[in-house]
Design a protein around this ligand. Sequence first.
Ligand SMILES: Nc1ncnc2c1ncn2[C@@H]1O[C@H](COP(=O)(O)OP(=O)(O)OP(=O)(O)O)[C@@H](O)[C@H]1O
Length: 280
Amino acid sequence: MKEMIYLNEVCLDFGTSFSLDHLTFQVMPGEIFGFLGPSGAGKTTTMKLLTKQLHKKSGSIRILGKDIEKAERSDYDKIGILTDTNGLYERMSIESNLKFFAELKGIKEEDVTDVLRKVRLYDDRKTILKKCSKGMRQRALLAAAVLHRPELLFLDEPTSGLDPATIQEIHKMLLDMNQNGTTIFLTTHNMEEADKLCGRICILNQGKIIASGSPEQLKLQFAQDKIEVMTTEKEKIVLTKGPESAEFIGRLLSADKCLTIHSIEPNLEEIFLQLTGREF
Ligand SMILES: Nc1ncnc2c1ncn2[C@@H]1O[C@H](COP(=O)(O)OP(=O)(O)OP(=O)(O)O)[C@@H](O)[C@H]1O
């Protein structure tokens, strides 16, 4: 199976103190891949490399199985990009904006109706863009990014600054699109979002990948040596793994006084803190 995205030892610098440092990772078809990191880590820069808005200094990049240098317009027609700078026209309605895009790309009008329903903007389709709420605008941008049914979708901070209900809605849409075969490359600051959506993630810090794997793998890798026991009297007891704790739990169990036992797993934010000593 060909990789949708392949980077090997990719470097880039701007002649400043920031550089992308030997990035290596792959995204396989059907994945939702999370590219996480704090502000300034290099997430957008990497996405710009992948969408040919910037050029690498060294290393190799393949996109949809093709060397990026050889990727043509027809390859990029299979890709959708959502950034905060997508050019929609403020004075046009959501629907007119999408119809305009559709005409440019030779897409049927029915597909505009389809996508408006998919992003739940059909009833608001006549709203002028400048009158849209932030959440509506983001859904309109998402509609424009997926109108041509891309195989690979790049999302740069798709839910940044949105309210929790809209975030939930967008998450559901992304999961639906992914179930229908779209591979998603997602950059986010939001650890909870990555945990919920992504099968695999990379954590980037100062231009370097500092951890990668599935959220579950990372949580296990950074799991603490602790177990939390809740007694039938609703008392929470935190124990360190070992024979003494096993004995203690054994006694609770035989006395029928143990309600729950959980291993304490870090969340992705805590993993980042452990790795860098910095808050995300
Ligand atoms: N064209 C450029 N010229 C010089 N420096 C740049 C350029 N583009 C980005 N940078 C710098 O590269 C670093 C990484 O920026 P980038 O936008 O990729 O980070 P990010 O992880 O996407 O951050 P955020 O989450 O805030 O969007 C920053 O220090 C930024 O100032």
